[in-house]
Write a protein that binds this ligand. Structure first.
Ligand code: ZN
Length: 119
C-alpha cells in the first residue's frame, strides 16, 4: 500500500525540484538559494527602477523557494520513512495517520488530531 504513496511522493519531488531549479540553485551544503536576477540576465544594463524591481523579484523568489524547499524536505523525510518501513505513523502520538489524510498529503508527519494541536 505504501507503494502508491511512494509513487506520489516521487512524482511531487520531481515537480518540486523542477520548480526549484527554475528559481535558484543548490549550494554546497545542499540548500537551495534563489538565483540573483543579474546572473540570470546579465547582458542588459539595469537602471535604478530596474534594480529595485529586481531586488523585489529576488525577494519573492527567495520566499517561494523557502516554501518549496520545506515541502521538499518533508517529502524526502516521508520517502526515508517508506524505506525504513515506519511510514504513516504520527510523529507526535505514534498512532497510524488516517488514510484519507495521506491521500491528500502523502508527506504528512502527524495524524489529524495532532496536526490541529500543532497549529
Ligand atoms: Zn497523532
Amino acid at each position: 500500500m505504501t507503494n502508491i504513496y511512494k509513487t506520489k511522493l516521487e512524482g511531487e519531488k520531481k515537480l518540486l525540484e523542477d520548480e526549484l531549479s527554475e528559481l535558484g540553485k543548490v549550494d554546497k551544503a545542499g540548500h537551495w538559494e534563489a538565483t540573483p536576477e543579474d546572473e540570470m540576465n546579465s547582458q542588459e544594463v539595469p537602471d535604478e527602477g530596474d534594480m529595485a524591481e529586481r531586488a523585489e523579484d529576488y525577494e519573492e523568489r527567495s520566499i517561494k523557494l523557502n516554501v518549496l524547499e520545506a515541502r521538499l524536505s518533508d517529502i524526502n523525510k516521508a520517502l526515508e520513512k517508506i524505506d525504513g518501513e515506519n511510514y504513516g505513523i504520527c510523529e507526535v502520538c505514534g498512532k497510524e495517520i488516517e488514510t484519507d489524510r495521506l491521500e491528500v498529503n502523502p508527506a504528512a508527519r502527524t495524524c489529524k488530531e495532532c496536526m490541529e494541536k500543532i497549529v
